[in-house]
Design a protein around this ligand. Structure first.
Ligand SMILES: NC(=O)C1=CN([C@@H]2O[C@H](COP(=O)(O)OP(=O)(O)OC[C@H]3O[C@@H](n4cnc5c(N)ncnc54)[C@H](OP(=O)(O)O)[C@@H]3O)[C@@H](O)[C@H]2O)C=CC1
Ligand SMILES: O=C(CO)[C@H](O)[C@H](O)COP(=O)(O)O
Length: 471
């Protein structure tokens, strides 16, 4: 190894880390990796092809000594305890002023804790969510750094070089103070859960009610991806229907067990939205559906017990039209909920997020990238104080022109016994959010009736209580 020090260090050479470090090297920054697994280290050195540009070691001291100061060390290891273990093992080798960046899907309060801990030791630390999966990490992810702004500035040229570009603009920007980077990535994933659930429900309807073959499903999603639904998730969905089973006959998608796993970010988004008092039912139900999916054995028994109505006959072309409109509507409503959560969280946690900037860096590179995000960015640029995307004038026509299809499809699916909980939750959220009068007056009356919880009135100021019990 030459004496020349490397620009960037990366711990964790798995799916994300291996690709990210190669991306750094492609962008003319020298990089050194570390992983406990010798095979991953060897594989990186081989793939990198030039040890002067990208090198790696299983030995932590060799890794740290190879880096130029201040050291810029990104962690892409599994979230949770491992991040703490890696930080502890790094500390004895680091100097004051060195920078650790957590690029994983860490829980945001862990980031605040680690930041405070490392600050005491004179080491900079910040969280930077990364999205785009393996391909994104390799070719250009969306990166969401937050926290220590001075430390971010040191890493900024590298992140800007490796990030995805939207019309030449890097899909990375400072998200806000403290754990804003990991928080924004968490909500990104919550939205991702919602969009994935919706996309799969529509597939279910097209297949069960419309009888579309995988070839037709491919064509349908591919066509949608040419229009206003253009997005990474619609694009990969179209691709998935073309994949043949390499272990048997037929298409791979039909052989995959219908149980979806989860690592936590969707659930955390939902849990935190509850804590903040912000409704995100399209995300909540997506988490619940992964839980219901896990109950496969019980679902099989219940299916036999209860059966399902035969789907009513529906014209295929009409169904596809309804599905496109309903999906577009529900995508908008799902982004609206996630961004509403970010707006409130930014105030509650003093992040200082700019929602337009968040939407802007999601336009390319990340899993939830979509043509819609350009319109969303414009809406928040037009009104940075926008409380909810549904209140943006530019979105009124997009929603009013598609909501009826969502209504028709939810009604059709209900009669046919095909579950569309993401779509119906999105519609119900929309109907509730756009109702000037909800029946919650009755809930207040009930609370006051049984628990003297008091209520407010429409026609006069003050707090009231009634002795409700009939004589
Ligand atoms: N996969 C994805 O699409 C995305 C993942 N993320 C997040 O990025 C992070 C990394 O994910 P991903 O790359 O998928 O995970 P992987 O499990 O593929 O990679 C993690 C790597 O870290 C290594 N590792 C574990 N412990 C240590 C340690 N103490 N010291 C050094 N290396 C260690 C692992 O080695 P070993 O396997 O031997 O334990 C493995 O090579 C996670 O927080 C994840 O949630 C974010 C965006 C997308
Ligand atoms: O962060 C990601 C994408 O943005 C990761 O792929 C994450 O693992 C997805 O979440 P889950 O595994 O819970 O589906």
């Amino acid at each position: 190894m030459s004496d020349k020090k490397y620009d960037f260090g990366l711990v964790g050479l798995g799916v994300m880390g291996r690709n990210f470090i190669l991306n750094v090297s492609d962008n003319n920054f020298t990089a050194f990796g570390h992983d406990t697994d010798q095979e991953k280290v060897d594989a990186l050195i081989e793939e990198g092809g030039n040890a002067q540009k990208v090198n790696a070691s299983t030995d932590l001291k060799t890794f740290v000594d190879a880096l130029s100061v201040p050291r810029k060390i990104m962690l892409l290891v599994p979230a949770g305890k491992i991040v703490d273990i890696v930080i502890e093992s790094l500390i004895p080798h680091l100097d004051k002023g060195d920078i650790i960046i957590d690029g994983g899907n860490s829980f945001y309060t862990d980031t605040d804790r680690r930041d405070a801990y490392l600050e005491e030791k004179g080491i900079h630390f910040f969280g930077a969510g990364v999205s785009g999966g393996a391909k994104g990490a390799r070719k250009g992810p969306s990166i969401m750094p937050g926290g220590d702004a001075e430390a971010y500035k040191v890493v900024q040229p590298i992140f800007e070089a490796v990030s995805a570009k939207y019309k030449g603009e890097p899909c990375v920007a400072y998200m806000g103070r403290k754990s804003a980077g990991n928080y924004v990535k968490m909500v990104h994933n919550g939205i991702e859960y919602g969009l994935m659930q919706l996309t799969s429900e529509i597939y279910d309807l097209l297949k069960k009610a419309g009888g579309l073959t995988n070839e037709e499903l491919h064509k349908t999603y591919a066509e949608w991806n040419e229009g206003r639904l253009q997005s990474f998730l619609v694009e990969i969905t179209a691709d998935i229907f073309t994949e043949k089973d390499d272990k048997g006959e037929g298409d791979l998608v039909d052989k995959i067990l219908d149980k979806a796993k989860q690592k936590g970010t969707g659930k955390w988004t939902s849990q935190n939205a509850m804590d903040l008092g912000i409704p995100v039912p399209s995300i909540d139900i997506a988490v619940s559906m992964r839980e219901i999916s896990a109950l496969k054995d019980e679902r099989i028994i219940a299916d036999e017990l209860y059966g399902k109505p035969t789907p009513e006959a529906i014209d295929k072309a009409e169904l596809i039209k309804l599905a496109e409109e309903a999906l577009y509507f529900a995508y908008i409503v799902t982004y609206a909920q996630g961004l509403h959560q970010l707006t409130d969280a930014s105030k509650e946690y003093d992040y200082g997020c700019d929602i337009a900037v968040i939407a802007k860096i999601w336009r390319a590179g990340c899993i939830i990238r979509a043509a819609l995000l350009a319109d969303i960015t414009d809406a928040y640029n037009d009104n940075p104080e926008l409380k909810n995307l549904l209140l943006a004038p530019a979105f009124v026509e997009k929603v009013t022109s598609t909501v009826d299809s969502a209504r028709n499809l939810v009604a059709y699916a209900a009669k046919s016994g095909i579950p569309v909980p993401g779509l119906s939750n999105s519609l119900t959220y929309f109907d509730a959010y756009t109702s000037s009068r909800l029946p919650l007056n009755l809930i207040q009356a009930q609370r006051d009736y049984f628990g003297s919880h008091t209520y407010e009135r429409l026609d006069m100021e003050g707090i009231f209580h009634t002795e409700w019990e009939a004589e």
